[in-house]
Design a protein around this ligand. Structure first.
Ligand code: NAD
Length: 379
């Protein structure tokens, strides 16, 4: 009976979340085995944009819950990154290691196309650029494809640059000087983003603690440091939280700021690319109580999103980096507003996004935003 009651509550929660969405579409194609859900949360700022995740969800309810949560998050991300897109997301139910086929992604492309430009998508966990090359045969509403197919390529470059701007803004706020030099950073994860960030920090004359569970990445950063006549301090993955550093830079996975890790942190700030760093919303307040400045992850890691959104104007790396630079001012504004209002930086960031959405709702009329996306209007 208890379980039944719990399920009922979950269903009501999900129902409430659906009601907060503009559109939710279930896609079934028995011939290819495609079972997908596309969720469009909010198109106030423009067509919905969000990656397509492929995961072996245990139930359709689990898939639905995930897509609704992720698409709502994209509305805030797009508002924060100042791109002309709204929030959306898609999930494909299946094991990416064995259930994928080119035909499945062509079928998915047809469903995306049927939305006639209300939803743009690309890769996420479990899907690759190659999958979307197949989808591209059926729809133009795809981004993040390889450069050879008209895309803008590796998004970790602007993401890493965004983290660097975030670190500079943090130093500016804390020390009145945005130089990265002579400070100590603890970088967790030396993957596509973390490695580039570490390399930039080394070049800037910073001191580094690093960790990764992949020994090849450790070897690569040691090699890079040697080339530069510098050194990095490598620590075990569980020791990265309590090193004597100024800034913790999480670039591996989510949930790393939690009840176990917060009490270990000696840093003055947390600034990194990992998505959903706080295990629970309340951890933002816990960090504030301990005097640790938190850079909301969706502000800092927006470089990749900026690149994907910018692709529709034609790939241009210079323009993307220029737009990514806005992360510096945006983060500084959030820090200052949070301080003025005595709220967490997460609350200040959310308020900033909500303000942009409200301003656009008041400015736009329905016809313009749904029928004629900006880039189709001939000036
Ligand atoms: P990646 O998979 O290339 O790198 C992640 C690295 O973290 C890997 O080297 C992995 O070995 C390491 N790692 C995993 N678990 C670890 C642990 N317990 N301790 C230490 N290291 C560990 O991913 P990425 O593209 O560099 O992205 C890093 C983070 O930033 C992810 O959370 C991702 O969602 C987020 N992000 C990335 C982008 C992008 O453009 N790539 C954009 C926005 C957000």
């Amino acid at each position: 009976m208890k379980q039944l009651e719990k399920n009922r509550t979950m269903e009501l929660d999900t129902f409430q979340k659906i009601a907060e969405h503009e559109q939710v579409m279930f896609c079934n194609d028995p011939k290819t085995g495609l079972q997908a859900i596309i969720a469009i949360h909010d198109t106030t700022l423009g067509p919905a944009l969000g990656g397509t995740r492929m995961y072996p969800y245990a139930t359709v309810d689990d898939a639905l819950e995930d897509v609704l949560r992720l698409s709502a998050g994209m509305t805030s991300k797009c508002a924060a990154a100042d791109v002309d897109f709204g929030g959306g997301k898609a999930v494909i139910i299946g094991d990416p290691k064995k259930d994928k086929s080119p035909a499945m992604f062509r079928a998915f492309g047809q469903f995306v196309d049927s939305l006639n430009g209300r939803f743009y998508t690309g890769t996420d966990m479990g899907t690759t650029m190659d999958d979307f090359v197949h989808a591209l045969k059926e729809t133009n509403f795809v981004n993040g494809v390889p450069e050879a197919f008209g895309g803008s390529g590796d998004s970790s470059v602007p993401t890493a640059q965004g983290v660097i701007y975030g670190l500079e803004a943090t130093n500016q706020y804390l020390y009145g000087n945005d130089s990265l030099a002579e400070k100590t950073y603890a970088v967790q994860g030396l993957g596509k983003v973390g490695f580039k960030v570490s390399e930039h920090l080394l070049k800037s004359g910073a001191n580094l603690y690093v960790t990764d569970i992949n020994t090849a990445s450790i070897e690569a950063i040691n090699e890079k440091a040697k080339e530069m006549g510098s050194i990095v301090n490598v620590v075990d993955s569980e020791d990265i939280y309590n090193v004597d550093a100024d800034v913790f830079v999480p670039c591996a996975m989510g949930g790393v700021i939690n009840d176990q890790t917060i009490s270990q942190l000696k840093v003055k700030a947390v600034v990194g690319s990992a998505n959903n760093q706080l295990q629970a919303d309340s951890h933002a307040q816990d960090l504030l109580d301990r005097g640790i400045l938190f850079a909301p992850d969706y502000i800092v890691n927006a470089g990749g999103l900026i690149q994907v959104a910018d692709e529709l104007y034609g790939p241009n790396h210079e323009r993307v980096l220029l737009k990514t630079k806005a992360i510096y001012d945006s983060l500084l504004e959030i820090y200052e507003q949070a301080n003025l209002d005595c709220v967490t930086t997460v609350e200040a960031a959310n308020q900033k996004c909500q303000k942009r959405l409200t301003e656009e709702q008041n400015r736009n009329n329905f016809f313009v935003r749904t029928r004629r996306p900006k880039w189709n209007i001939k000036e």
